[in-house]
Design a protein around this ligand. Sequence first.
Ligand SMILES: Cc1cc2nc3c(=O)[nH]c(=O)nc-3n(C[C@H](O)[C@H](O)[C@H](O)COP(=O)(O)OP(=O)(O)OC[C@H]3O[C@@H](n4cnc5c(N)ncnc54)[C@H](O)[C@@H]3O)c2cc1C
Length: 418
Amino acid sequence: MARGKAGARNRFDVVIAGGGLVGRTLALALAKLAPKGFQIALIDAEPSEAKGAATADARALALSAATRNLLSALDLWPLLEPKAQAIKTIEITDSALNAQLRPHFLGFDDELKSEGAGAFMVEHGDLQGVLAAAVVREPAIEMRAAERVTDFTADEFGVEATLGTGATIEACLLVAADGKRSKLRERAGIKCVGWSYPQIGIVTTVAHTRPHHGKAVQHFLPSGPFAMLPLTGNRSSIVWTEDSRRGKAIMAADEATFLAELTQRFGFRLGEITLAGRRQSFPLDLQIARSLVAERLALIGDAAHAVHPLAGQGLNIGMRDVAALAETVVEATRLGLDIGAAPQLERYERWRRFDSAFSAAVMDGLNRLFSNDSAPLRTLRDLGLGLVDRAPPLKRFLVREAAGRTGSVPSLLTGAKF
Ligand SMILES: Cc1cc2nc3c(=O)[nH]c(=O)nc-3n(C[C@H](O)[C@H](O)[C@H](O)COP(=O)(O)OP(=O)(O)OC[C@H]3O[C@@H](n4cnc5c(N)ncnc54)[C@H](O)[C@@H]3O)c2cc1C
């Protein structure tokens, strides 16, 4: 299938299966940067209408500076910035649940100031809303909501994706952005390595009487990390990892019991707290696809890798996939190359393979190191955290790493349009 023949209703340059945060951002990056005439089909299983408060995603997301740069390059950051809260300082503690005091073992303060804000908190619905509105404005994107890609076949000429209705669409490249349970990855025969954690992630929003001053706090507790992440106003997003059995009981508890459990972990430093959003829980897995590509198929986002949320990196890693794949596809298009051919897919895979596997391993290692009540382990890790705390160059490196500024960085992550 030759590039440049797109345009008919069932023929596109790229078909993206999955219109979550990652799939939508890729569609926008391609629409804005690829040469005129480039056509994108974005297929999403969810209906397009905005979700009501009762079913909206309760997550807030920590966006790295690199993700903010990508959104800036796509002219989206100015729309999101009024709703974003900069993380100005980070404090990390390591103690038992019933500890009276949670001594500070590691902090990032001067490093965040010298490197610029390392991260911004945004609510899932706000980011999704900005992306959805931008997709509607983009004539190069044909969005099909409440529709699924159920199958595909590929050969040297192109790929044909089959939809749930039985209709087919053709393209040069199919992108699987269909999340952690990706059917397209399975259909391509790509296996994953990984496991499920015996933990769940509980998410909610609280309002408090005192200001947070942009401070993010991560308490490493024996059953898992408990993060208090600043949102706009006197509000914080909670990402609370809990042992699965206890977590399910906490999720099923009445509001007063839930709030009491929350307060025990949150503490009183921000005054009185009240629930300011619904509670939602997520199963947690580590999952890395053994390959990021197959014939005329590229995996991005959670379809390629799902990581423990303890450092708020899952979406950021997915956005790094977006930047690398967009750059690969746009450059190939400008050179008149077949965007779905093996050399292009191999370039994408080489670019992303190490970073995604390394990031998943680091999150897994941290969760294992901290999610236990072993006194000797606590002594050792607190010694380690104390040493890091007294090594400013290492802290600056960690801030740059979390901001996605190390390694071979695609242009979009530096905020540059290429
Ligand atoms: C508790 C928690 C907190 C987190 N906090 C952070 C954080 O602070 N920072 C961060 O960077 N990351 C965070 N993450 C990770 C982040 O939420 C995910 O990495 C990200 O949302 C994945 O987006 P995605 O678009 O790849 O996948 P998804 O959001 O799963 O989207 C997949 C989409 O594909 C659609 N779909 C599925 N199958 C098909 C099909 N066959 N055809 C068409 N469409 C299909 C689905 O309907 C869905 O819309 C957190 C995760 C959890 C669980």
